[in-house]
Design a protein around this ligand. Structure first.
Ligand SMILES: *Cc1c(COP(=O)(O)O)cnc(C)c1O
Length: 493
């Protein structure tokens, strides 16, 4: 199985090559040349397997240059750090709704599912491509990615990781999670400014060939851990298939019965993985794309126009505060009939004007599979309170956006199939807004709020978050954007 780029279909690279490279040189994203098909026998064979083995079996279909032994070893190591038997357990809410809780990993957000395994896939890919330099992962984070990448890469041989976060742009809990990071190959640094400043600084470092040469002389090269890397996307395909197996096991569905997934969406990585699962033959009726007040994707699915020229809202579901959903490019590549010239032209338009409109044929294709809706701040908090009072289930702000939009879908389409809501973070990562949703006063800092939420709901906080109480800060520095390159140099050379 080889891979090509969404902007150059003449390329043909192995899985190891695309994981090692991340982004294609002409700016496109790597996609598999064809989608492997799964049968009902394949699904049946997974039903009684633990999550790690389901994961190895599914990933093997795409990673022909990895052995079954390798994948078995990586998935086992990656998913042993979760506090549940499965890395993606279902919680049943009512007769036809389940939450798939993807936040039982070490950092309590769904990014762990991919970032716990990416270091294994990446270091193996570097070996397979005969790369002799060591890799430094450079991350600009708006919160969840940085911590998940730090945990994934800590003490992984042949790697180092440096995370920049906007000093005033992350929550107290998120900041402390990063500042207290353990490991001998890690560093964390604040940047004066917002997420865009940190992101721009990192991009500048990446795109400086002279600097790259200097690092190479010292035996290093830079790579990123963001969700455009195929090695981050592929592990996410697994949990869609896994959820289907779990519903079969519960006896809630029969083989072949179609179900839907509802996904809180930002960069379009998570829901795109669901799209690939559907293309593999998983019986999926609809993929419901839920957005917060940053509703650029809702408008896109409703009108065919993608327009990033709009106000940016900072919301209580910050991991969805995104105006450019990078992974949408992979979906449009497929929907355009794999037309790389077309993708190049609309992505150029996006860069130049901030806007593009897809053809009516593409819109029609997307319409039959996707439903899109959005939910504002009050709606998000109200949903948290409603589900707690009616069902005694505590959910985070991102999951609440998705669950609210699911209600819109069911009403609009009169739909009654089984739906899995993808639950992406522990409610304890966003205590302030969750407490408000429960009608409680918010006081104090992030750590106090964890205790308050525990006291009010009786739901225990995940250990990695309650342990922050005694955590020692290791990395408290922050710098101006212009000094970021020097921070990299001091760390590596
Ligand atoms: C990253 C993230 C999302 C958005 O996922 P995408 O793959 O970027 O669409 C949603 N919820 C949480 C909690 C996240 O961390």
């Amino acid at each position: 199985m080889n891979y090509r780029s969404t902007r150059d279909t003449k390329l043909s690279l192995t899985a190891a090559e695309v994981i090692a490279r991340g982004l294609s040189r002409e700016g496109g994203l790597f996609v598999p040349e064809s989608i492997p098909q799964i049968s009902s026998e394949f699904l049946s064979s997974l039903v009684d397997l633990p999550y790690a083995e389901r994961s190895a079996a599914v990933m093997k279909l795409f990673l022909s240059d990895f052995t079954e032994d390798e994948l078995a070893q990586y998935t086992k190591a990656a998913y042993k750090n979760f506090d549940t038997e499965s890395a993606a357990p279902l919680h049943r809410l009512d007769e036809n709704t389940s939450f798939m809780e993807l936040w039982h990993g070490p950092t309590c957000a769904f990014k762990d599912i991919a970032l716990q395994i990416l270091p294994y896939l990446l270091t193996a890919s570097l070996r397979k491509t005969n790369e002799s330099k060591k890799v430094c992962i450079l991350v600009a984070t708006s919160g969840d990615t940085g911590k998940a990448a730090l945990e994934g890469f800590r003490d992984v041989e042949g790697t180092a990781i440096l995370v920049f976060y906007p000093r005033d742009g992350v929550s107290d809990v998120q900041k402390l999670q990063m500042q207290s990071q353990q490991g001998n190959n890690v560093s964390v640094c604040g940047v004066e400014g917002n997420f865009d400043d940190a992101q721009t600084g990192v991009k500048q470092i990446f795109s400086d060939p002279v600097y790259a040469e200097k690092l190479a002389g010292k035996g290093w090269f830079l790579s990123s851990a963001n969700s455009i890397n195929w090695g981050r996307l592929l592990p996410q395909v697994v949990y869609y298939i896994s959820a289907y197996c779990d519903l079969l096991k519960e006896g809630k569905i029969t083989m072949g019965e179609k179900i839907s997934f509802c996904v809180p969406t930002g960069n379009f990585g998570d829901i795109l993985a669901g799209y690939y699962a559907k293309q593999m033959g998983l019986p999926v009726k609809r993929l419901i794309c839920a957005s917060n007040s940053n509703d650029v994707l809702t408008e896109f699915f409703h009108t065919g126009m993608y327009n990033r020229n709009r106000p940016f809202f900072t919301t209580v579901s910050p991991s969805m505060d995104i105006l450019i959903s990078s992974n949408l490019e992979r979906l449009l590549f497929d929907a355009s009939g794999k037309d790389a010239a077309y993708i190049t032209s609309i992505m150029d338009q996006l860069k130049k004007t901030g806007c593009y409109t897809v053809t009516p044929e593409i819109r029609e294709k997307l319409d039959s599979l996707f439903y899109a809706g959005c939910c504002d701040e009050d709606g998000t908090k109200a949903q948290i309170g409603k589900v707690w009072s009616e069902r005694h289930y505590l959910m985070d702000t991102h999951t609440a956006v998705a669950h609210q939009v699911l209600g819109q879908y069911r009403e609009a389409e009169n739909a009654s199939e089984q739906v899995v809501v993808v639950s992406t973070a522990s409610p304890y990562k966003f205590c302030g807004a969750v407490l408000e949703g429960l009608g409680q006063k918010v006081s104090g800092d992030g750590l106090t709020e964890i205790a308050e939420l525990e006291a009010y709901t009786g739901v225990p906080a995940p250990k990695p978050l309650s342990a922050l109480r005694g955590a020692k800060v290791r990395f408290s520095a922050s710098v101006e954007k212009e000094q970021m390159e020097k921070v990299v140099s001091d760390f590596l050379m």
